[in-house]
Ligand binder design. Sequence first.
Ligand SMILES: C[S@@+](CC[C@H](N)C(=O)[O-])C[C@H]1O[C@@H](n2cnc3c(N)ncnc32)[C@H](O)[C@@H]1O
Length: 265
Amino acid sequence: MGSNIYSSKNKLNDLTGSEWKFSTKSVINKAYPINMQHKLRSQHGGQKPPQLCEDIIKIFTKKGMIVLDPFMGVGGSLLGASLCDRKAIGIDITEKWIDIYKQVSELEKLEIQQTYCGDSFKVLNKIEDESVDFILTDVPYWNMDALEKTRNKTVKQSKLNNFENNSEGQSKKDWLNNMKKILGKASKKLKKGKYMAVFIGDMYRDSEYHCLSGELALKLSEIDGLTMKANLIWEDNSKSLHVFGYPAAYVPSMIHQNILIFRRD
Ligand SMILES: C[S@@+](CC[C@H](N)C(=O)[O-])C[C@H]1O[C@@H](n2cnc3c(N)ncnc32)[C@H](O)[C@@H]1O
């Protein structure tokens, strides 16, 4: 361990001893480039850096293994898989995001991975149980703003931010239960002993901090056969600081997201 040698006993990934040691850091603070057709992908608004996804995929898989993302958006995880010669399967409920992913792959001359358009809860039935090596996903955020707008009926549905369309108008409890339902089904697609990584950002709204990472971690821990193994922090260097509370109150600048790691027993 700590050497530049790759152990033939390594069942998890293709990392050398020293790379493995580095990969156990619970904070990811590497600055990821704003590249890979960023402007096109940023139409989504929740896109993740493909190279960050690549780094995570390389920790939990070997070359040629299969990664599943049931909430692929414009495909940060699928692009990450292509960058390191893994296979991937992505699902999104919105065709536009899948089309952008395919366009980006073509422009970047990367393999176009397998995609399905539809509600993951149904589409996951098409994927064989215990057939994938890793799940890397970024859940549709609980859209509190949309919930309030829907309740007040002050804004037409078409004007609401559409990138999280499946969570609009949901209470936090419904959102958590829906995530458990879909990721519970997705976890059955994992081979035994394999991992699932879930991006989730906390929220500060109406003078209150919502620790969504903690709430989601507890909810997903209820899934049969899944055990939580880590709670990584990704420091997103592209985010700017703000002074919303100044000079009277403390309001955090949300420059991090959590990556919850689970293992299928
Ligand atoms: C946070 S975004 C993922 C962003 C992605 N990581 C990327 O790099 O673009 C979550 C995605 O889940 C999709 N989604 C929401 N509910 C869904 C469902 N029931 N089935 C499939 N996709 C869904 C949304 O359309 C959205 O694109």
